[in-house]
Design a protein around this ligand. Structure first.
Ligand SMILES: NC(=O)C1=CN([C@@H]2O[C@H](COP(=O)(O)OP(=O)(O)OC[C@H]3O[C@@H](n4cnc5c(N)ncnc54)[C@H](O)[C@@H]3O)[C@@H](O)[C@H]2O)C=CC1
Ligand SMILES: O=C(O)C1=N[C@H](C(=O)O)C[C@H](O)C1
Length: 274
């Protein structure tokens, strides 16, 4: 692990620290020489509250105890990395803004009212939010937009995603990013053209619609296909995630990039300059 005591490095709080992404983030920050882990937050009543995060994860002590007091944690941080759940993320946005800490949001399943609730916080602090923090997926988003712009509505667009059995939201945040990119490329509004969840006698496919299908099973980290299907040919753009470290690396990059930016809402395209 890298030396974590250099006060010049941005101090980072990880929320949802016991989760699949939380633990990956703790490992990534602890190993980084560009940031330091200053606190870890979990929900009240969680068995890890008060324990050293490194030991709770089954390894060596990291000198950071898990807390259920986000405001106190955020007050000593320059950034908060948050992969939790929509209601928690809205609450954390207000607290991070109060502390003027950069809020990196990886949480998916955010409904329009959750997203709207981030606006007041973004007037005072930097928010970086993306349904997928990996370089590969963000490149795929750009490619999807370009391919959709080059093809007409004779090419049916379908987004197919697969994730582990514990995932609670569908379609995935990434699938929605890809759908938005396809809609933008085609010059249409995704809310009007999305076809989510077919079942029964659905009738023939609506020309120009953008379909979504979700598979859940086992330990799949995350797989996304954007299929462009026409008469006699198909194009498939694919991203396969095999390691959650790709998301944690992207989130850490966003937390560092956010230092010194003006308050507002940003995404990984801004961070990666894509
Ligand atoms: N944007 C991206 O690149 C990625 C986004 N995700 C998203 O991140 C989120 C978390 O995913 P996982 O880590 O797999 O889930 P998880 O269920 O393993 O972890 C979520 C953690 O958040 C904690 N939590 C929930 N409410 C809380 C609260 N009020 N205060 C403190 N902690 C709270 C839970 O106790 C849990 O430990 C999901 O929305 C997922 O889709 C996951 C991977 C990549
Ligand atoms: O829940 C997950 O695991 C993932 N969630 C994100 C999503 O909803 O797209 C990103 C990644 O695919 C893993």
């Amino acid at each position: 692990m890298a030396e974590q005591t250099d006060r010049a490095l941005p101090g980072i709080v990880v929320t949802g620290a016991s989760g699949r992404m939380g633990q990956m983030l703790v490992r990534t920050i602890a190993a980084s020489d560009r940031a330091r882990l200053v606190d870890c937050v979990e929900r009240a009543g969680h068995p890890w509250i008060g324990r050293d995060i490194g030991e709770a994860m089954g390894g060596a002590a990291l000198g950071v105890a898990v807390t259920d007091d986000p405001l106190e944690a955020f007050a000593q941080a320059q950034a908060v990395i948050d992969f939790t759940a929509p209601d928690a993320t809205v609450e954390f946005a207000a607290l991070a803004a109060q502390a003027r800490a950069v809020h990196v949001i990886g949480t998916t399943g955010m409904e329009p009212h959750h997203i709207a609730a981030l606006e007041p916080a973004a007037r005072h602090a930097v928010i970086v939010r993306a349904g997928n923090m990996s370089l590969g997926v963000n490149l795929l988003v750009r490619l999807t937009q370009k391919v959709a712009a080059a093809l007409d509505a004779d090419w049916d667009i379908e987004v197919v995603e697969a994730h582990h059995r514990m995932k609670v939201d569908a379609p995935s945040g990434t699938a929605l990013m890809l759908g938005e990119a396809a809609a933008a490329g085609r010059g249409v509004d995704l809310t009007e053209m999305a076809d989510r969840g077919r079942d029964g006698i659905t009738g023939a496919r609506r020309t120009g619609s953008i379909g979504f299908a979700a598979i859940r099973g086992g330990d799949v980290v995350g797989e996304h296909d954007v299929i462009f299907a026409a008469e006699g040919e198909r194009i498939v753009l694919r991203h396969l995630a095999t390691d959650r470290a790709i998301f944690a690396r992207g989130a850490l990059k966003a937390a560092i990039w956010g230092q010194g930016q003006k308050p507002g809402e940003y995404d990984m395209m801004d961070v990666l300059g894509l």
